[in-house]
Design a protein around this ligand. Structure first.
Ligand SMILES: *Cc1c(COP(=O)(O)O)cnc(C)c1O
Length: 399
């Protein structure tokens, strides 16, 4: 029951928004085109993997300027399959960032490998290439950078490291659909580029993901593994080209995307630029409105890069701000504004601590960020009025 206790005891407390009008963090903008396309899919009777998935894959490959893209049912699946196809398995170590969603770490475990953390840069919040280099052992097999909040990692430095040590590079692009580094698009640097279309992401299919691959061989193996390990012909077995048997060639997974999901993605991707421009407006407005507050706003995008503007984070240092991050979270929720935390550092989670002996001091920068960070509403669904409420609430609490 948010707001009860302190707030209600204080009869003068007037929230910035009403409870009925609670601003949900990360709510997607779904338009009539998506609704019509879903209805079309339902009426057509083709719900599963079919022509719309194929069109969505082609459209995504076009957007990225690459030859192949495979749609799957999540970014977690995309990461898991990428590691299997990269040959990552038991006994191998995979270096990644502590400033990420648990799915990045879990997918390494699903592949049977051991995650190894390299701390982040305090300004970019992206994995620090020097820390990656320092974490390499004879067992290191791959590196998974996350383009955090949509800010591209230093792909020059990471590219050199993986080349020098002959490692696989798998990009976690869950935040980074629109990101570019020196004119090259996120997801096209690594051996694999993995994307998420979860409900809060810059392009959504409800649940969904995509994998980009460099080689035809990797692409075929991914496709087989994504659908039970059935030979690739299975993807066409209900088509109009005559009956085809399928054969199981290895033990795969149930990771395929449905046409119902692609129906959303086709229109979401068509509007990707409009969404980015809207988030850019909100970003600028937040930057200007918070410039005089005792908090840290996101650093400007690096020269020669395009930031995908996925998450707007502020850092609250208790000593400077006069209240803790957790007190801020309570206070802004009481104003009926939904916020997020991206992320409590991976070193803080009990499962990983028990299994790998991780401690917050193993990644001190990520740990500090994890205790100071708050993500403010930033989707194209956020109206000018909504943004005004967010600003008023933040200033009311911190001003
Ligand atoms: C959302 C997210 C994922 C997982 O994506 P799903 O599509 O939900 O599996 C992985 N990594 C990061 C950084 C994410 O934000």
């Amino acid at each position: 029951m948010e707001g009860e206790g302190a707030a209600d005891a204080d009869s003068s407390f007037e929230p910035i928004r009403t409870k009925e009008d609670f601003l949900v963090y990360g709510a997607p903008l779904i338009e009539e085109a998506e609704v019509a396309e879903i209805v079309d899919s339902v009426r057509s009777g083709w719900l599963g993997t079919g022509p719309k998935v194929k069109r969505f894959e082609e459209m995504f490959a076009d957007y990225k300027g690459v030859d192949r893209a495979l749609a799957v049912n999540s970014c977690t699946a995309a990461l898991h399959l990428s590691m299997l196809v990269a040959g990552v398995g038991p006994g191998d170590e995979v270096i990644t960032t502590p400033m990420t969603f648990c799915a990045t770490i879990n997918s390494i475990l699903h592949a049977g490998a051991t995650p190894v953390l390299a701390d982040v840069d305090p300004v970019t919040m992206n994995i620090d290439p020097a820390a990656v280099e320092a974490a390499i052992t004879p067992r290191t097999r791959a590196v998974i950078p996350v383009h955090f909040a949509g800010r591209p990692c230093d792909m020059d430095a990471l590219g050199q490291i993986v080349k020098k040590h002959d490692l696989k590079l798998i990009e976690d692009c869950a935040h980074a659909i629109e990101a570019e580094f020196k004119g090259r698009k996120a997801g096209t640097f690594g051996d694999f580029g993995c994307f998420s279309f979860y409900a809060t992401k810059n392009v959504t299919t409800g649940e969904g993901g995509m994998v980009l691959t460099k080689s035809q061989g990797d692409s075929e193996r991914l496709k087989t593994l994504a659908l039970h390990g059935m030979s690739n012909d299975a993807w066409h077995r209900y088509g109009d080209e005559g009956f085809k048997h399928y054969f199981v060639v290895e033990c795969g997974f149930k990771y395929n995307m449905m046409d119902l999901q692609a129906a959303l993605g086709l229109h979401q991707l068509a509007r990707v630029q409009r969404g980015w421009e809207r988030r850019a407006e909100l970003w600028k407005r937040y930057d200007a409105a918070f410039a005089d507050l005792p908090i840290t706003c996101p650093a400007p995008a690096e020269k020669d890069t395009r930031h995908a503007l996925h998450i707007y984070t502020i850092l609250i240092d208790e000593e400077e701000a006069g209240l803790s991050r957790d007190q801020f979270l309570q206070a802004i929720t009481r104003e009926n504004i939904g916020v997020g935390v991206h992320y409590v550092a991976a070193t803080e989670h009990p499962y990983y601590q028990d299994r790998f002996g991780w401690k917050p001091e193993h990644a001190p920068v990520a740990s500090r960020i994890g205790w100071q960070t708050v993500s403010l509403p930033l989707s194209p669904r956020v109206s000018d009025h909504d943004a005004g409420c967010v600003i008023a609430a933040v200033r009311k609490i911190l001003g």
